[in-house]
Design a protein around this ligand. Structure first.
Ligand code: FAD
Length: 386
């Protein structure tokens, strides 16, 4: 095996990095994960993820974690309502959705990000994740790399795999190609214990998701397994809006005032989201990779997930692609088929670049549809037909 007796450093313990670590550990690899979060109890925010049968779930099966997944997913969380600004329902599958099951190609079970992280972490050998390790830089040393972290520590690894997400600090060591701004920014809010704190939105959601569409603006929200709600105001705006708008993201009243001013046609029923949210809100300008990105493969460095191919979240592909990268890279690195690590990494990268370009294009196009003047009709019709 090409990676026999090699030390591997994975930088970033998101769904991509942890899945890869599990898959390589099953093959007996010497591997560590360096993660920026202070410890395993860091609260993982964001909406639940739906895993797809041929990508995220395929990786979960290969990682021998399907039973744990089945015990922890959120049945019914994929049910949705499409609404307008006035919270009138244009589409609902709450009573009509056929309950598919594992093994069905269209079954997309939802799981909380924090739960998925916990399942993956618990599958790793003790001490695999080195917490509080924010990667800062690295330099070539012998056949591998010396990595430096913000906490002052450093470590040598024969092979480095970047899984440090959309703002990857390792990606520039591989390519100069940068992601471009999609034209859309999402303002993320999280509500804890929504039954008590946001009872009206909580009963509208009925354990599922709501996508409310206005003109070039929308509100997207989903219930989590622990009773929290994650939501996003999503809108077209200039790239630098988040840093130049002067908003204090820790001030709920100020953000509610911004919502009222910028979503003037929207019913007061939505105000509860902003009144009940934890602070700070998080602005997320949405980026996308160019569809034709390629680079020369290296023998000791590669990347997976958002580090390699950030894309808008509007096709629900990001985490699924990250986990499929993990599956495919683990197979290339442990295959007997290739003569060198450069060849193994090159095969993985070429395939990943093509696959990610297709998913990114679909995600970008969906984003355009969801933020168009007639998004409500387009999206209601789309779901009625599927
Ligand atoms: C609003 C929104 C909604 C989304 N919804 C969906 C969805 O429904 N379905 C879906 O499949 N995808 C969705 N995505 C995309 C999905 O979140 C990402 O594609 C996925 O999380 C990528 O996984 P990853 O492991 O590559 O990176 P990440 O999940 O970003 O993980 C990166 C990890 O690296 C760590 N890290 C970062 N920098 C450093 C550093 N310098 N040193 C050490 N560690 C570091 C971070 O702490 C983190 O743990 C959404 C994204 C957004 C923004």
């Amino acid at each position: 095996m090409l990676i026999k007796n090699k030390s591997i450093a994975i930088v970033g313990g998101g769904p991509g990095g942890l899945t890869l670590t599990r898959l390589l550990q099953l093959k007996g690899t010497d591997i560590k994960v360096y993660e920026r979060d202070f410890d395993k109890n860091a609260r993982v925010q964001g909406s639940p993820l739906d895993l797809h049968d041929d990508s995220g779930l395929a990786a979960i099966r290969k990682a021998e974690l399907l039973e744990e997944f089945k015990n922890n997913f959120l049945p019914g969380a994929d049910k949705k309502l499409i609404m307008n600004e006035q919270a009138e329902i244009f589409f609902s599958d709450h009573d009509t959705k056929v309950e598919e099951n594992f093994g069905h190609e269209h079954f997309r079970p939802e799981i909380e990000r924090g739960t998925l992280r916990k399942i993956l972490l618990e599958s790793l050998l003790p001490g695999t994740v080195v917490w509080d390790s924010q990667f800062v830089s690295m330099e070539k040393e012998n056949e591998g790399w010396k990595l430096y972290f913000k906490n002052g520590s450093s470590v040598y690894a024969d092979i480095v795999i970047a899984s440090d997400g959309a703002n990857s600090k390792i990606r520039p060591y591989i390519t100069d190609i940068k992601a471009f701004y999609s034209g859309i920014t999402m303002l993320e809010g999280n509500i804890y214990n929504a039954k008590e704190t946001a009872p009206n939105i909580n009963s509208l959601l009925k354990g599922g998701k709501i996508m409310a569409f206005g003109k070039e603006k929308n509100l997207l929200m989903g219930q989590k397994g622990n009773g929290d709600i994650g939501f996003y105001a999503s809108f077209k705006i200039d790239e630098n809006w988040a840093s130049i708008n002067g908003l204090d993201y820790s001030d709920k009243a100020e953000i509610l005032k911004w919502f009222k001013a910028n979503y003037p046609e929207w019913n007061h029923i939505w105000y509860e989201l902003f009144e009940s949210a934890e602070t700070p809100f998080v602005p997320r300008p949405i980026y996308c990779i160019p569809f034709n990105q390629t680079w020369e493969a290296l023998p000791n460095l590669t990347m997976i997930g958002d580090a390699a191919h950030v894309m808008p979240p509007f096709a629900g592909e990001g985490a699924n692609m990250a986990m499929l990268d993990a599956l495919e890279l683990s197979e290339c690195l442990t295959s007997e088929k290739y003569n060198s690590l450069t060849e193994a990494i090159s095969v993985y990268e070429k395939n990943m670049q093509k696959r990610a370009a297709i998913a990114a294009k679909e995600s970008l196009e969906n984003g355009e549809l969801m933020h168009s003047q007639n998004a409500l009709t387009t999206m209601s019709d789309f779901f009625k037909m599927h």
